[in-house]
Design a protein around this ligand. Structure first.
Ligand SMILES: Cc1cc2nc3c(=O)[nH]c(=O)nc-3n(C[C@H](O)[C@H](O)[C@H](O)COP(=O)(O)OP(=O)(O)OC[C@H]3O[C@@H](n4cnc5c(N)ncnc54)[C@H](O)[C@@H]3O)c2cc1C
Ligand code: FES
Length: 524
């Protein structure tokens, strides 16, 4: 992640570029005044949009053109070349869009185009009121998309969290490491929800859903009627029950409040034990090392992340952490915690004045169960993200949906998936009947190492590495039998984007829809 603006490179596009030098289907990075801009030629059409992704400032010129869109190389946000609109999360804001004039064999980037005003999408059958339960990735993305698409009815978002929607992935990374200030964490400014007429109610826990009267009941006895309901309650950390597990220096990490409490504890800590050697545990370990705290990681597995990323990547991650001074205690579990140490099942006693537990999460499906919705290790939804009760949708960490790529029902715990599901659910609440067919994507950052993963391989037979992991330049392909299920890339962003498009083609052809299976053109 970087908060630096893309440096101004390339020609001044306002002064004109010879059309003969513009390669069809390629991006030219230049600038207009002080803003980085990409100029794109597609056949007879010319487009100019801002070159800096509105998520974390990724360089769009290094991304992938797919039809009349460009995808960001870092976390795969997608922008329209025609309007600059952020078509797919994780970017939520558009980039600027410029008018291009062709004259005397040259292209000139002129003034910025004004944004089209929001149109109200009132129509018969549109719900008069929507209630969203959950103010996380999926809930927030859904609320924003409803308004962006012109939904004009009553919109209420009830969140048990005391903080307005925030960038949860950052909590174990830059924020915990001390390199991201507090004001980076909120997804929106305080006035945003008011301006968009979203009634965001914080610290409000929904306790029950009455599907017959179409009302939700909050823990404090409040009632909210809905025509359409979105459940986006996310997941809760698994708690370890062991002696000392509730001591004040033992932390879990899910919410902004958790992360703040951890940051406060870190200031006084010298020796941390992280229990759990998966994403959260390893990201926390890296962030604590950035603060110069001694870190030991305890994990049940013999090789960290092996189940998700394979043995070679797992061993690489272990070495990476060891090079940064982390000590691993693998193949064992904690049996007790006291004020100064953690006792392990293998008899070892390791020093700790701070303990962070990250041993997985469970989807928060109690509400759905209470309401009698179909559940199966998550809330069961169809391809439109609608639950077994019409008018009630579910998105994010709780949703188990039919994945068109594998033909299986899957549930994943990824930020981008949750946001994209929220966006799709919003459009379906408005009656669009849009399938959720996005390819799962996640990323992790540990020290200066980053990995992006596209697809979904809950189980795989082989993890084949092309390139060199130690040189941090490789693609890892996960296969079950001879079927490619997912890839992970290290410093090969474009390959990650191309894989996403390939998986989309596979989904489209699985759906056997003539329109959907027409391959879009893809150019770098
Ligand atoms: C520290 C951390 C780092 C992560 N890093 C990454 C990463 O790098 N990449 C990645 O892809 N994913 C990452 N994830 C996972 C990602 O954040 C989740 O997949 C994503 O937040 C799920 O979105 P969601 O909307 O389903 O749930 P959440 O974002 O968890 O939101 C759920 C919301 O529902 C509210 N809620 C729950 N029950 C109720 C109720 N009964 N009434 C009212 N409100 C309720 C909660 O308070 C919360 O606001 C990370 C997660 C954590 C915790
Ligand atoms: S920086 Fe572009 S998607 Fe994250």
């Amino acid at each position: 992640m970087s908060d630096e603006k893309t440096e101004l490179e390339g020609p001044d596009l306002a002064r004109g570029v010879a059309l003969s030098t513009l390669v069809d289907g390629a991006m030219l990075l230049g600038h207009v005044q002080s803003e980085a801009v990409i100029l794109v030629r597609r056949g007879a059409e010319l487009f100019a949009i801002g070159a800096t992704c509105t998520h974390y400032n990724g360089p769009l010129a290094e991304g992938l053109l797919v039809d009349d869109t460009v995808r960001c190389p870092w976390h795969h946000a997608c922008f329209s070349l025609r309007t600059g609109e952020a078509l797919r999360a994780p970017a939520l804001n558009p980039v600027s869009c410029w008018r291009v004039e062709q004259r005397d064999g040259s292209a000139f980037v002129r003034e910025k185009r004004a944004r089209a005003p929001r149109r109200s999408a009132a129509a018969p059958g549109m719900p008069r009121s929507v209630v969203i339960v959950g103010g996380g990735a999926a809930g927030n993305a859904a609320a924003e998309m409803l308004r962006r698409e012109g939904y004009a009815g009553r919109l209420t978002m009830l969140s048990a969290d005391e903080s307005p929607p925030y960038d949860r992935p950052n909590l174990s990374k830059n924020y915990l490491a001390g390199s991201a200030p507090e004001d980076w964490i909120a997804l929106r400014s305080p006035g945003f929800y008011r301006e968009h007429d979203i009634d965001l109610q914080l610290g409000v826990r929904v306790a029950a859903i009455d599907t017959r009267s179409r009302q939700v009941e909050t823990a404090d006895g409040g009632r909210h009627a809905y025509d359409a309901l979105l459940l986006a309650t996310g997941a809760e950390p698994l708690r370890l029950t062991l002696p000392g597990g509730d001591l004040p220096h033992v932390h879990y990490l899910r919410s902004f409040a958790d992360s703040r409490a951890l940051v406060a504890a870190v200031l006084a800590a010298k020796q941390a034990v992280v229990i759990g050697a998966s994403f959260i545990g390893l990201e926390v370990a890296a962030s604590l090392r950035a603060r110069n705290i001694a870190v030991r990681v305890v994990g049940r597995e013999a090789c960290p992340m092996e189940k998700i990323l394979g043995t070679e990547v797992g061993n690489f991650l272990r070495r990476l952490h060891e090079e940064h001074g982390v000590i691993f205690h693998l193949g064992t579990t904690p049996t007790a915690i006291d004020a100064r140490s953690v006792t392990l099942a293998n008899g070892e006693q390791i020093p700790a004045d701070l303990v962070v537990i990250g041993v997985g999460v469970r989807p928060a499906i109690a509400l759905a169960e209470q309401a009698g919705l179909a559940v199966d290790r998550g809330v069961t939804v169809d391809e439109y993200l609608e639950t077994s009760v019409p008018g009630i949708f579910a998105a994010g960490d709780i949703a188990r949906w039919p994945d068109e790529l594998t033909g299986e029902r899957i549930r994943v715990e990824h930020w981008v998936v949750a946001e994209r599901q929220g966006q799709t659910a919003a459009r379906n609440i408005m009656g669009r009947r849009e399938r959720f067919d996005a390819v799962p994507f996640f990323w992790t950052e540990q020290y200066d190492f980053g990995l992006a993963y596209v697809g979904h391989a809950e189980r795989f037979d082989t993890a084949e590495i092309d390139g060199r992991l130690d040189a941090r330049d490789c693609t890892i392909t996960f296969r079950r039998g001879d079927r490619k299920l997912a890839i992970a890339v290290v410093h090969r962003d474009l390959e990650g984007l191309k894989a996403e498009v390939e998986f989309e083609w596979a989904i489209a052809s699985n759906l056997q829809s003539a329109a959907a299976s027409a391959k879009p053109s893809m150019q770098t």
